[in-house]
Structure formats: structure tokens, C-alpha cells
Design a protein around this ligand. Structure first.
Ligand code: SAH
Length: 227
């Protein structure tokens, strides 16, 4: 196969990945075994640009092009674990990026719908996910702050970019009892907000500070023009 790794190299990545799960994720308190297994299964190095491959399992976000980043492994695990997924869910992700988090979700639920506003990233992620056999992921190009009304409602929603406030269409498109996780705050610093929908309204808890690239679109940050 073109571009395939030799078995030795692939073993090295598997070892780095197992260490990542132990040191960065389990040790920091994530105990959901299904999430730990998914993080151990998904080849993160296949989702980052070639020049960052060797650093794919480090404890940090990495550039994926278009000024965007793939989140730090721990943050992916923290956000995904906050959704308490059991296996039968239909999940919506906003901000596909390189498709890594969608691949992790793919191992944990029945169906993943993911929206990316940058068309180059969306098509790259779609190809990558297909190539690696993540066949229950559907990638859409568009403004994720509007959700995906044609496929709603969702059992869980995960926003992978920093929002000024929780986009209301996402709350509308969440099932009763469903969970939503989203970083909310300023463009420089946010808090991870976990909400559960009860009687049509979102009940909110905060799960610590984080830093994401800005969410754009109708219910996101408007780009400030220079000058
Ligand atoms: N989950 C991704 C990382 C996402 S980075 C991964 O695993 O790689 C955040 C992504 O959100 C960026 O790719 C950015 O283009 C996208 N984004 C920002 N605003 C958006 C919007 N309104 N709709 C869809 N995607 C958006």
C-alpha cells in the first residue's frame, strides 16, 4: 500500500500511543475504559500533517493547516468522556478539523455527524476517515453553529472550537436528556461547559479552563477586520 509504514515504525507509534493513554490521560483522572480504548486504537499520527507525525503523541495541540489545530490528546479524552457515551448514540461534532476526534467518537457510538466550515479541511478529513475505515462518520462542509437540522435530534453534541456563548440551534437539536460539551469564553481563554438538556433547557456545569481556536459562523465570533 502506498505510504504504508513498515511494521517497526507502526510498533513505535503503538508504543507511543499506549504511553500517551497512560501518562497523559488515565493518570490525569479519565477512567472511562471505552474512551481509553478508543484513544489507544485511533492512529493519531495518521491525522496530523506529515511534518508533525513524529510529535503526534506529545502532550500538546498541533497545527493542521489553515491556522487550525488538532486538540491536545487529554482535551479530546476529557471532552469525549464528558458525554458518557454508551454505544447506541448519534453524535454531532462541530469543527471536524483533521478528523481525529471524529475517529475517536466513531469507536464509541453508532453514528457521527461532523461539520467543518473550511472546505479544504472538510474534504481532507472525509478522505482520511474513509481511508482508515471509519465508515460511521458523515462529514459535512458548512457552518456548524447552525447544527444539522436535517439529521437532528442528536443524543450528544461536541463543539471543538471556542464559542462566545452556546449556539442556540445546538440546544434545540439536542435530545431530551442529551449532553453537550463546548468551550465558552473569550477568544483567548475559555471554560469547558458541559450541559444536559432537562425539560427543554440546558443545565450547565463547568469542567475547567481550556484554549481553543475560535468558533466562527452565525453564532460564533465575527472576524475583526484590521485597521
Ligand atoms: N476536532 C478537530 C479539531 C478542531 S479545531 C480535530 O480532531 O482535528 C476547530 C475546527 O473548528 C477548525 O477546523 C475550524 O475550521 C472549525 N470551525 C470553526 N468555526 C466553525 C463553524 N462555525 N462551523 C464548523 N467548523 C468550524
Amino acid at each position: 500500500m502506498d505510504g504504508a509504514l513498515d511494521p517497526g515504525q507502526s510498533n513505535i507509534f503503538a508504543t507511543l500511543r499506549a504511553n500517551m493513554v497512560e501518562q497523559q490521560i488515565r493518570r490525569r483522572g479519565i477512567s472511562d475504559e471505552r474512551v481509553l480504548q478508543a484513544m489507544e486504537a485511533v492512529p493519531r499520527h495518521e491525522f496530523v500533517p506529515e511534518k508533525w507525525k513524529a510529535r503526534a503523541y506529545e502532550d500538546e495541540p498541533l497545527p493542521i493547516g489553515d491556522e487550525q489545530t488538532i486538540s491536545q490528546p487529554y482535551i479530546v479524552a476529557l471532552m469525549v468522556a464528558a458525554l458518557h457515551l454508551k454505544g447506541a448514540e448519534r453524535v454531532l461534532e462541530i469543527g471536524t478539523g483533521c478528523g481525529y476526534q471524529a475517529a475517536v467518537l466513531s469507536c464509541l457510538v453508532n453514528q457521527v455527524f461532523t461539520i467543518e466550515m473550511r472546505t479544504g479541511l472538510a474534504s481532507g478529513a472525509g478522505n482520511r476517515l474513509r481511508e482508515h475505515g471509519y465508515s460511521n462518520v458523515n462529514v459535512y462542509a458548512g457552518d456548524g453553529t447552525l447544527g444539522l437540522p436535517a439529521h437532528a435530534p442528536f443524543d450528544a453534541i461536541i463543539v471543538a472550537a471556542a464559542a462566545p456563548e452556546i449556539p442556540s440551534p445546538l440546544v434545540e437539536q439536542l435530545n431530551e436528556g442529551g449532553l453537550l460539551v463546548v468551550p465558552v469564553g473569550s477568544e483567548l481563554q475559555q471554560e469547558l461547559v458541559v450541559g444536559v438538556k432537562k425539560n427543554g433547557r440546558l443545565q450547565i456545569e463547568r469542567a475547567g479552563n481550556c484554549r481553543f481556536v475560535p468558533l466562527r459562523g452565525v453564532h460564533g465570533w465575527k472576524k475583526v477586520e484590521a485597521g
